[in-house]
Design a protein around this ligand. Structure first.
Ligand SMILES: [Zn+2]
Length: 156
């Protein structure tokens, strides 16, 4: 956790400051060498901890950026999803059909229910294949394929 590394780095810098302040009272080369070694150890510790904190901050900023993009994508999808309504089609396939009022010049088309529920826009494309005289449609995103006929009543 970034806060722990920053705290450890600040603590090491405080110890280093205290060591520097103690230099005036040091007598003898051995004692001075020990303080220098302690000072170097604390500065390296502070450097390492702050380096880790910087890397964690970069990772957090990247995660924030990724979440912002995902939020925008979900918002866009939420608006787009409102343009479709669920329909059961012969012989019993659930699709999300473009609402007539939402056509805005687009041809009527259907979306794959599995992709729709995952927040993706999988377009059901007609294939050249038929099953029981009903055209097979295939999702251009997940590959789901099934015969998709006319609209069934909800009670069918
Ligand atoms: Zn799909």
């Amino acid at each position: 956790m970034m806060i722990a590394e920053i705290s450890a780095g600040l603590s090491a810098l405080k110890t280093a400051k205290d060591l520097i302040e103690s230099l005036d009272g040091i007598e003898g080369r051995a004692a001075l060498a020990q303080v220098k070694a302690d000072l170097l150890r604390e500065l390296i510790k502070a450097y390492d901890e702050l380096l880790v904190a910087r890397e964690e901050k970069a990772a957090l900023l990247q995660a924030k950026d990724d979440l912002g993009k995902e939020l925008a994508r979900l918002k866009d999808w939420s608006d787009e999803a409102q343009r479709y309504e669920p329909q059961r089609r012969y012989p019993g396939v659930l699709v999300y059909a473009l609402k007539n009022a939402e056509r805005a010049g687009q041809p009527l088309h259907n979306l794959c229910a599995a992709c729709y529920n995952k927040g993706a826009k999988g377009l059901l494309q007609a294939t050249t294949d038929v099953d029981s005289r009903i055209r097979i449609h295939k999702c251009d995103t997940c590959g789901f394929h099934a015969p998709v006929g006319g609209v069934m009543d909800n009670d069918d």
